[in-house]
Design a protein around this ligand. Structure first.
Ligand SMILES: Nc1ncnc2c1ncn2[C@@H]1O[C@H](COP(=O)(O)OP(=O)(O)OP(=O)(O)O)[C@@H](O)[C@H]1O
Ligand SMILES: [Mg+2]
Length: 418
């Protein structure tokens, strides 16, 4: 359903994606993970035809995003990291407008809305102007627009960020449910959500895929097996002596394959230790033998599965280090005394973010999407900030919108302009 092959993206001279390849099959719910700046949103924006790639191939539902962006968008529901909302519209009207753009009839829209309202928890705000909504509620409305046409493929860029814990759980439950017969690519920084909703994950770091596979396989990547063992401190089997912490520690450390032993805090009746061994080495039988031979009273023994978080940290640690410390501040990429070169960068970027329809040597889309209402059409997915200011000064906002439009226009509109 989603196929990405050697996808690269340059922003000016900066390589945000470096030959990224992966596939998502029908009915899979795949977690798309990576530290800040790893390239998740960039990949998603290419897949959803908001950005053109510098190189490589991306197909959605078998359709090339360069060749036929409108057809690709028909198959997709997309929630960008910052939902594209029109602050002056009421929630109901906005969702109807989205449904209208998707070609839904009024009656289909109304019947779909029952589900959308239930899933996204929108019942109380349907009549409110979007600009008056809290951040979390705006996120819900954004999710609503991604779902209203019941697309076979959903691309959700941090759908649960800014939601309260109850709502997060509700959205994840919904994703689990739709994952039964839809394809979902879900980016999130919450690894528990991935554990709950996804059978598979792709981890990106610095624009490259560093892990891709079922969660079990990814967990195994850290290469460490972990065991926790608890024995009685004061009692042993008849004829044996209860161990001191040091004795227990040394005996456990002497087991073949154990690479480290660490005592964990516990009450004064027991000793608890955590043991590490290389992944694939099974210590359980040796631990059983030792305890039998020493006559210790075993209270607990468990093998802990590696958490996704352990692996995530191990695979992406380099990213984080590069971001911290003075060395990064005065490194090659930035000098505090130099003039800000952002403006130039932005121009490059605007150049880069030409609509997918303008990709070289490719034909423009044959069909034009419906036009948005006059002002709404000027807004884009970064408009949230603007919405917050709208009450204060609408005119100023219009200007800001125009500037942002220069930076990134929705591909549908750009395609239509061609
Ligand atoms: N329009 C742009 N112009 C220049 N650089 C950009 C632009 N958009 C993204 N980048 C850079 O590309 C890299 C990847 O950004 P991207 O937004 O894809 O990361 P991400 O994985 O989604 O991060 P996050 O978890 O913070 O959302 C970052 O270094 C970012 O600064
Ligand atoms: Mg992002």
């Amino acid at each position: 359903m989603i196929e990405v092959k050697n996808l690269s993206k340059m922003y000016g001279g900066f390589r945000a994606l470096d030959r990224v390849s992966f596939q998502v099959r029908r009915g899979e719910v795949v977690g798309f993970l990576g530290p800040n700046g790893a390239g998740k949103s960039t990949t998603m924006r290419i897949l959803t035809c908001f950005l053109s790639a510098s190189d490589g191939v991306a197909r959605v539902h078998g359709i090339d995003v360069f060749d036929n962006p409108l057809e690709v968008r028909r198959k997709l529901g997309y929630l960008p990291q910052r939902a594209p909302l029109y602050g002056e519209m009421r929630v109901w009207d906005y969702l109807r407008f989205c449904a209208d753009m998707r070609g839904l009839s009024e009656s289909t829209f109304k019947s779909r809305m029952k589900r959308v309202v239930e899933v996204c928890g929108l019942a109380k705000v349907l009549g409110k102007d979007i600009r008056t909504l809290s951040h979390g509620y705006r996120q819900r409305v954004g999710l609503g627009q991604a779902l209203v046409h019941e697309p076979p493929i959903l691309i959700l860029d941090e759908p649960t960020s800014d939601l309260d814990p109850n709502e997060k759980a509700e959205v994840i439950r919904y994703i689990q449910e739709i994952g039964k017969n839809h394809t979902v690519l879900l980016s999130t920084h919450n690894l528990n959500e991935v554990e709950a909703a996804c059978a598979r994950a792709i981890i990106v770091s610095k624009g490259r895929v560093v892990a891709d596979g079922p969660l079990d396989e990814i967990r195994a990547k850290s290469g460490v097996g972990r065991y926790v063992i608890t024995v009685e401190e004061k009692r042993a089997r008849d004829g044996f002596k209860a161990p001191s912490a040091q004795e227990a520690h040394d005996a456990l450390r002497a087991i073949k394959g154990v690479t480290s032993v660490q005592e964990l805090p516990t009450d004064d009746r027991a000793h608890t230790f955590q043991l590490n061994a290389p992944h694939g080495v099974d210590l359980r039988a040796d631990l059983f033998q030792l305890i039998l031979q020493k006559g210790w009273m075993l209270l607990e023994m468990r093998r802990e599965s590696q958490t996704l978080e352990d692996v995530f940290k191990a695979l992406t640690r380099g990213d984080e280090r590069a971001d911290r410390g003075l060395a990064a501040l005065v490194g090659e990429s930035f000098s505090p005394d130099e003039d800000d070169e952002d403006e130039d960068e932005d121009e490059d970027e605007a150049e880069d973010e030409k609509p997918v329809a303008k990709a070289p040597a490719k034909s423009p889309p044959k069909e034009e999407p419906k036009k948005a209402p006059a002002k709404a059409a000027e807004e884009d997915e970064d408009d949230e900030e603007d919405d917050e200011d709208e009450d204060e000064d609408d005119e100023e906002d219009d200007e800001e919108d125009d500037e942002e439009e220069e930076e990134e226009k929705p591909a549908a509109k750009k395609g239509a302009k061609k």
